[in-house]
Design a protein around this ligand. Structure first.
Ligand SMILES: Cc1ncc(COP(=O)(O)O)c(C=O)c1O
Length: 497
C-alpha cells in the first residue's frame, strides 16, 4: 500500500511564525491557540499537517508545556485540530470564507527566502554567505571578451527579438548534451534567463493551484518558492548521498502528482549525485507515468570535483520526456543570466511561446558572450572547477580547525557545504553570526516543510581569504551560541537586510 506522507510542522519554524503570539489579552494558552489558528487560516499550516509535540513547542516558545497543551485542547474543542492518542495533533482542513489576497499569501511565502534578500538588498557590512555563486573570481577570459564586441556590432543590425534563443547558442547547448550522452538537436533547447526562468516557465505551463508537486526533502530554495507561488501543494521524498530515494518516488507516484522536481547531478545543498544504477531504475519508473512532468535540474552539474556525474537522466530508457534545466551561472558567471530547458520539441515550442510572453527573449549580447565562453572549452571549465574545489577544501580545513564539532560530508561538487550543528537551532546561530558580521541562511529554508533546523548551508564561492575570515567570525559566534545567554531581541536581529 502506498505510504501516505504526512507533513510535520517543525517546532523551530512554528515558533518563528508565532513570534508575536503573546501580544493581546487573555490567558496565555488562549493567545497561543489564536495565533496558531491565524496561521492555519492563512494557509501557512495546511490541513493534515501534524503539529509539533507539546514538549518541543514549549521549549521553542520558552513557555510551560501546560500552556501548549491548553492551546492544543482549545483548538481541538473548536475542531481546528484532532488529537490522536499516541500519534499527535493534526490540523483539520479549514475553509476560509474569503481567501486572503493573492499578494499577501505570495509575499509571506517569498519573504522566507533569505538568499534572495541578500541579492535584492546586499548587506554592506556583513560577509554575505547566503548565496552560492562565485564571488571574487579571476574574471572571464580576455579572448572571449575581446571577440564579443564585434559579435554584438554584427548582431545589432538584426531586429534583436529571438525568444527561443540564438540558434548558435541553442546548438552549443545541444552539443553539450550530446557530448554527455543525451543526443540533442538545437530545436530541443530553449535559452532562458538563467535556470530560474526555465523553472518558472515550466511551473507556469504545468502547475495549477492545488496540484501536487514532489521535490526532494532538501532542495533549491528558488524552486520551493516558485512552486508555492504557483499554489502547488508540496510533497517530499528523502534525499541523501545517493540522490533522491527512488523507492519513495515510486510510492508517491501512485498518488499521481503533477510534477516531480529533482536535482540528480550535484544536488543543492547536499552536493550529492544520483548514481547511474538509480537513474536507470528511476527512468524505467517514469516510463509508467506518461502524464507526470519531470524536471532534472542540471544547474550545478558542471561543478563536479573529481568525477563527472553519470549521463543526464533523460538518456536512460523510459526518461525521454524529462525536462532538463541548466545554466552557465554556477561554473561561469551568474551575471550572464543564461540558462536553458532541454526537452521534446513540442514542449520546447510551448515554453518558447511562454518565454515570448514573459520577456520576448533573453539579451542578445549576453547570449553572444555565452557562446564565446562555451567555445573556451574544457581547459577553461577545468580551471574554474579547480578554483571552486580549492575554495571548498579551504572551507573544510578552516571548519575542521576552528569548529570541529560541526559535521559535514565532503560533497561531490557544487558550491556549498551542508553542515550539521551538534545541537541547538541554526536559526539562532544565524542571528548571532549576523552580530559577528556574517550573514548566513539557516538550513530550514531549503526544506519545503521547514525541517533541518539544526543545519546550515555555507557556500564556498567566496575567495579563500573571505572564507577564512568568515569561519573565524563564525567560531566566535559559536562560542557564545554554545554558551547561550538568552536571545530575546530576535526580531531586531533579522539582519538579513
Ligand atoms: C539547483 C538550482 N537550480 C536553479 C538555480 C538558478 O540558477 P540561475 O542563476 O541559472 O537562474 C540555482 C541557483 O542557485 C540552483 O541552485
Amino acid at each position: 500500500m502506498a505510504k501516505v506522507l504526512v507533513s510535520q510542522v517543525d517546532a523551530v519554524w512554528l515558533a518563528e511564525r508565532l513570534h508575536d503570539w503573546p501580544d493581546g489579552s487573555g490567558p496565555m494558552y488562549q493567545r497561543l491557540a489564536q495565533a496558531i489558528e491565524r496561521l492555519v487560516q492563512a494557509g501557512e499550516v495546511q490541513g493534515g499537517a501534524r503539529l509539533p509535540a507539546e514538549r518541543l513547542l514549549s521549549t521553542e516558545l520558552k513557555v510551560s508545556r501546560t500552556t501548549v497543551a491548553g492551546a492544543y485542547e482549545l483548538l481541538a474543542d473548536r475542531r481546528l485540530v484532532t488529537r490522536r492518542h499516541g500519534s499527535g495533533t493534526y490540523v483539520e482542513s479549514v475553509r476560509t470564507e474569503t481567501p486572503p489576497p493573492r499578494e499577501s499569501v505570495l509575499m509571506r511565502s517569498l519573504e522566507r527566502n533569505e538568499i534572495f534578500d541578500g541579492l535584492l538588498d546586499p548587506p554592506r557590512e556583513l560577509l554575505d554567505m547566503r548565496s552560492a555563486v562565485i564571488h571574487d573570481s579571476p574574471g572571464l577570459p580576455q579572448r572571449a571578451l575581446d571577440a564579443v564586441g564585434a559579435d554584438v556590432a554584427r548582431a545589432a543590425s538584426l531586429q534583436g527579438y529571438v525568444p527561443a534563443g540564438l540558434p548558435a547558442l541553442r546548438a552549443a547547448i545541444a552539443a553539450r548534451y550530446t557530448a554527455l550522452g543525451l543526443p540533442t538537436e538545437p530545436g530541443e533547447v530553449l535559452v532562458t534567463s538563467g535556470a530560474q526562468q526555465a523553472l518558472a516557465l515550466i511551473a507556469m505551463l504545468h502547475v495549477r493551484p492545488d496540484d501536487e508537486v514532489v521535490t526532494e526533502a532538501l532542495t533549491h530554495t528558488g524552486a520551493i518558492d516558485l512552486f508555492v507561488a504557483s499554489g502547488a501543494r508540496l510533497r517530499t521524498v528523502p534525499v541523501g548521498q545517493q540522490g533522491a530515494d527512488v523507492d519513495a518516488i515510486e510510492r508517491v507516484l501512485t498518488e499521481r502528482p503533477r510534477l516531480l522536481y529533482l536535482i540528480p547531478s550535484i544536488h543543492n545543498p547536499l552536493g550529492s549525485v544520483m548514481p547511474a544504477r538509480e537513474r536507470r531504475r528511476l527512468a524505467s519508473l517514469l516510463d509508467e507515468h506518461p502524464d507526470l512532468v519531470v524536471i532534472a535540474d542540471d544547474t550545478l552539474a558542471d561543478t563536479y570535483r573529481d568525477r563527472r556525474p553519470p549521463p543526464p537522466l533523460g538518456s536512460y530508457p523510459g526518461a525521454h520526456r524529462v525536462l532538463h534545466t541548466g545554466s552557465l551561472s554556477k561554473l561561469i558567471w551568474g551575471g550572464l543570466r543564461v540558462g536553458w530547458v532541454r526537452g521534446p520539441v513540442p514542449e520546447i515550442r510551448r515554453l518558447a511561446r511562454l518565454k515570448a510572453l514573459t520577456d520576448l527573449g533573453s539579451s542578445i549580447p549576453s547570449q553572444l558572450l555565452a557562446i564565446r565562453l562555451m567555445e573556451e572549452g574544457e581547459d577553461f571549465a577545468d580551471d574554474r572547477r579547480a578554483m571552486i574545489a580549492q575554495r571548498g577544501r579551504t572551507l573544510e580545513r578552516a571548519l575542521a580547525h576552528r569548529l570541529p564539532s560541526w559535521t559535514f560530508d565532503t560533497p561531490e561538487g557544487g558550491l556549498c557545504l551542508w553542515i550539521r550543528l551538534p545541537g541547538g537551532s541554526a536559526r539562532e546561530l544565524t542571528m548571532r553570526a549576523a552580530r559577528h558580521g556574517v550573514a548566513l541562511a539557516a538550513g530550514s529554508i531549503q526544506s519545503p516543510q521547514g525541517h533541518f533546523s539544526d543545519h546550515l548551508r555555507i557556500p564556498y564561492s567566496h575567495s579563500e581569504l573571505v572564507l577564512t575570515r568568515a569561519v573565524d567570525r563564525l567560531a566566535d559566534a559559536w562560542e557564545q551560541h554554545a554558551d547561550p545567554s538568552p536571545i530575546c531581541e530576535l526580531e531586531d536581529l533579522r539582519v538579513v537586510v
